[in-house]
Write a protein of this length. Structure first.
Length: 521
């Protein structure tokens, strides 16, 4: 079947929309029919491999109902002895490649995940949908053009975002800056510098990046951290016009120059669990809101926003989805012997929160897998756009909840919104529950604020509460130190909730490099 660039060259934009975006035209019955057909194909496949037989407990369910009744829920620890060794011989289908997560707070420092050829191609379909939705104005609108320039804001393989960049490059003739083969070998900071240096003279049409990367780059440009690149640009005549126009816009509005002064993007897409936290900052820096996607290393693209920039729609062919309600979670927590019951997408209720449970399709390894992410179903359908499928938002981590005395259950989203509502200039923070003199305490560590702490305490309304103020640059310097020490090409992770004791000790002991003072967060 032709890919997007071949169809575009033939002028078949209707076929492009149907191939990549047609899943939003399914109704719930059609969605479930697709899910169930693919799951039965997957079950026949996994019955004949070592890993599958273990996860099915030797059973051979003959229906979806039997499958859900007979097979227990799983987590990564059930697969670790196989996947951490990257054993192709036990899988339902041979891996095209293996990708890994950047880190985590569980028993495993990171997770290795196999991606099959079929799974990889399916990810490509939804990545193209993401690009189309981020730049379209209405149903059927395909604004992509051959040679559109795309900012490379992803961590390179074997991290999932790097794999996404590769399949996107294969589906369409984007001009990626820096070029993908070179960008994959660069450090994070060098990629950012090269991207700015190349995009100033030649322009930029799309940006795909983690929300934190978009915010960090916007912050660096606004603070003059990219001046070394911009000064060198003055030696090239093509850059002068764009720089002059950008500086004029910023001076007319009496502020620092921002990315939106340099580029008028056709599409802006972001991902990451902190997308909602950074949304307003990204719009401030880049001149438009990012179109968000929800994904994970185990699956790739799970759900997408559409061109109304509101809630997300699940993709139907990546995994078979089940959902665990908060009530069922609590029953399982109270009684380890209890087997929680799930509901299907056709059975979820608007306004309720659920933990996602999924079974891999397309030859993947996971069976009734608890990834630990909580979603909220906001509506049974998107009335405005005529999408007859449940609409969802990513809410929190199922294992990232701070419970204070049994009265307050605080998620990353709740704390992040409270800090934003306080109108304090805080971009980076981490919070954890600590026990002080036998009493539970919410302790927030955040960069130095420009306002008095009392305003934060008043606005948050959280008691008991402790706040530790860190000098500007502490978080960035810590991340840079860890990256240098490990030699890892990805940016290390500072979780917003429940950071381990060792991480906090290192954070508090971080000494700032004088070269980075003044513009680092």
């Amino acid at each position: 079947m032709s890919n997007a660039i071949e169809l575009l060259r033939q002028g078949k934009t209707k076929d492009i929309w149907q191939k990549y975006c047609g899943f939003i035209d399914l109704d719930i019955e059609e969605f479930m029919s697709t899910q169930q057909r693919l799951l039965m194909e997957q079950l026949r496949l996994i019955e004949h491999c070592e890993l599958g037989r273990k996860m099915l407990w030797g059973m051979k369910p003959s229906s979806i109902t039997e499958f859900r009744q007979m097979v227990p829920l799983t987590s990564y620890k059930d697969y670790a002895s196989y996947l951490l060794k990257k054993r192709d011989d036990v899988l339902p289908e041979k891996a095209l490649f293996w990708q890994r997560t950047a880190g985590g707070l569980g028993p495993h420092r990171f997770k290795w995940v196999p991606i099959t050829e079929r799974h990889y191609r399916e990810i490509g379909v939804y990545l193209m949908a993401w690009a189309i939705f981020s730049s379209c104005k209405e149903r059927g609108d395909v604004a992509l053009r051959e040679g559109d320039k795309v900012f490379y804001g992803m961590a390179p393989p074997p991290y999932p975002t790097g794999s996404l960049a590769r399949v996107l490059d294969e589906e369409f003739a984007f001009d990626i800056v820096p070029p993908r083969d070179k960008a994959e070998k660069m450090s994070y900071q060098n990629r950012m510098e090269q991207a700015v240096s190349m995009a100033v003279p030649h322009g930029l049409d799309f940006t795909f990046a983690l929300s934190s990367v978009l915010t960090s780059l916007g912050d660096q440009i606004s603070r003059g951290a990219a001046e070394f690149s911009l000064r060198s640009a003055l030696l090239r005549p093509k850059m002068l016009g764009r720089l002059a126009r950008g500086r004029l816009r910023s001076r007319l509005e009496k502020r620092a120059m921002l990315p939106k002064d340099l580029w008028r993007l056709k599409g802006l897409a972001s991902t990451g669990t902190d997308s909602a936290v950074f949304r307003e900052q990204i719009a401030h820096y880049w001149g438009r809101y990012p179109l968000e996607a929800y994904g994970c290393a185990e699956l790739g693209v799970v759900a997408l926003q559409t061109w109304d920039y509101k809630d997300m729609t699940f993709t139907p062919t990546i995994a078979f989805f089940e959902f665990l309600s908060e009530e069922e979670q609590r029953k399982a927590q109270d009684n380890p012997a209890y087997r929680p019951k799930t509901v299907l997408l056709s059975e979820v209720a608007a306004g309720k929160k659920y933990e996602i449970v999924f079974t891999s399709l397309q030859g993947g390894p996971f069976v009734r897998y608890r990834i630990g992410d909580m979603i909220k179903v906001t509506a049974r359908r998107n009335q405005t756009l005529g999408i007859d499928l449940p609409q969802i938002r990513v809410d929190s981590r199922a294992d990232a909840i701070i419970d204070i005395g049994g009265f307050a259950r605080l998620t990353e989203k709740v704390i992040g919104e409270a800090i934003r509502n306080s109108r304090l200039t805080c971009e980076v923070w981490t919070a954890r529950k600590e026990i002080v003199e036998g009493q539970p305490l919410l302790h927030i560590y955040l960069k130095k604020l420009d306002h008095d702490y009392l305003a934060l305490e008043d606005m948050l309304g959280l008691q008991p509460l402790a706040v530790t103020l860190l000098p500007r640059g502490t978080f960035f310097q810590y991340l840079r130190n860890e990256q240098t020490k490990s030699g890892d090409a990805s940016e290390p992770v500072i979780p917003h909730l429940n950071a381990p004791e060792e991480l906090l000790r290192k954070l508090l002991a971080t000494k700032l490099d004088s070269r980075f003072r003044g513009y680092l967060r």
